[in-house]
Design a protein around this ligand. Structure first.
Ligand code: COI
Length: 357
């Protein structure tokens, strides 16, 4: 059945899969909603967005993204409020980062207007998929990839932009155990670490698998040159409370400009909390464990939000992070983010974009 809700054409599923979703156990990435937004780039421009049933697509095995990795993605979230409205958190910042990733990978820019039209249309059609349980949200996964069929090493002339929607619960319940990586690298300065390129994640699988075999959950990545400075953790940014200051590695081309990271730093400054964005050495973190000045360590990312870290292995020695307390900074800031999204605290930075009930 095809309907037209100007300006986006919508082709609806014959039968929704919503009933199959176990909303009491929303494993991350398991359920994808009924529809997806889809836009094609060809002849030098992006075409009209469509909303179509989520389904397999057909591509050439010679498609350039499969061979040379011209593929990027984003991760954003929508939340259902008590009044039935849906808010999307900081879409402008995500679109800006998407465009930085596209630019780095020689892929065509997507305007805010095209992005928001596509997102709004698919979100409106699948609004019943936005969960309302505590800690639950709708994870939004925009992805852009090269579709031209050609084995020659070249920049593709055609691309696809798709937005998938995925109801999710809390990312990981248990605090993370990390291992400081001093052999493998996620990316180097000048590389693609700041962008959300598919290849950044695939390249991290092998060292992460080794870390898991050793009993850790994720890797604490260090700089590629000396393994002396901390970059980020697994698929998140990392923040420390050291001597009552919030300290985090300053952004460079090897570190992802996390939206949650930026939101936490902004809220910390609003709270009058001292913030330092600077190079953070592995040695000072180890020293902080030894002399007791290291009070908190947590990860920050769209999927995980604020993720407590329980243990860090530094060059073979396990150091336990002090337990999270009711007045820990990470809990306060997590609550503030939650309240702002749910509308129980003022949205003073205008971060929420609302789809009315
Ligand atoms: C996110 O937090 O959005 C991420 O990119 C992590 C993801 C790869 C699950």
């Amino acid at each position: 059945m095809e309907t037209t809700t100007a300006p986006v054409r919508v082709q609806r599923v014959a039968q929704s899969r919503l009933k199959e979703v176990d909303f009491s156990n929303l494993e991350f990435g398991k359920y994808i909603s009924d529809h997806m937004a889809m836009v094609d780039f060809a002849d030098g421009h992006w075409h009209e967005p469509l909303v179509v049933p989520y389904s397999n697509l057909s591509f050439s095995p010679a498609m350039l993204s499969l061979h040379y990795g011209q593929a990027i993605f984003e991760g954003m979230k929508a939340f259902r409020r008590k009044d039935g409205s849906i808010i999307v958190f900081r879409p402008k910042k995500h679109i800006a980062r998407l465009n930085k990733s596209l630019d780095r990978m020689c892929m065509p820019e997507i305007s805010e207007e095209l992005f928001m039209t596509s997102l709004q249309s698919v979100l409106d059609v699948d609004r019943d998929w936005v969960p309302s349980g505590e800690g639950a949200s709708l994870y939004i996964r925009p992805v852009v990839f090269a579709t031209e069929a050609r084995l020659g090493v070249k920049i593709s002339d055609t691309f696809k932009f798709i937005i998938l929607l995925c109801p999710v619960g809390p990312y990981q319940a248990k605090p993370y155990k990390l291992k400081v990586e001093d052999k493998f690298v996620r990316t180097a300065e000048g590389g693609t670490g700041f962008a959300k390129c598919a290849g950044n994640y695939g390249g991290a699988f092998y060292p992460s698998k080794i870390a898991r075999e050793e009993g850790f959950d994720q890797i604490l990545w260090t700089d590629a040159k000396e393994h002396k400075y901390i970059d980020e953790v697994g698929m998140m940014n990392v923040l420390f409370v050291l001597n009552n200051k919030l300290v985090t590695p300053q952004l460079n081309t090897a570190i992802l400009d996390g939206v949650t990271r930026d939101s936490i730093l902004t809220l910390a400054r609003d709270m009058g909390y001292p913030v330092e964005e600077r190079r953070v050495t592995v040695a000072e973190v180890e020293e902080g464990f030894r002399n007791g000045s290291l009070q908190e360590v947590f990860g920050a990312g769209t999927a995980a939000v604020v993720a407590p870290i329980a243990l860090i292995n530094i060059h073979g020695t396990n150091y336990e992070v002090p337990a999270v307390k009711p007045d820990s900074f990470q809990l306060k800031v997590k609550q503030q983010l939650h309240d702002m999204r749910m509308g129980t605290a003022p949205d003073k930075h205008q971060w929420n974009w609302t789809l009315p009930a």
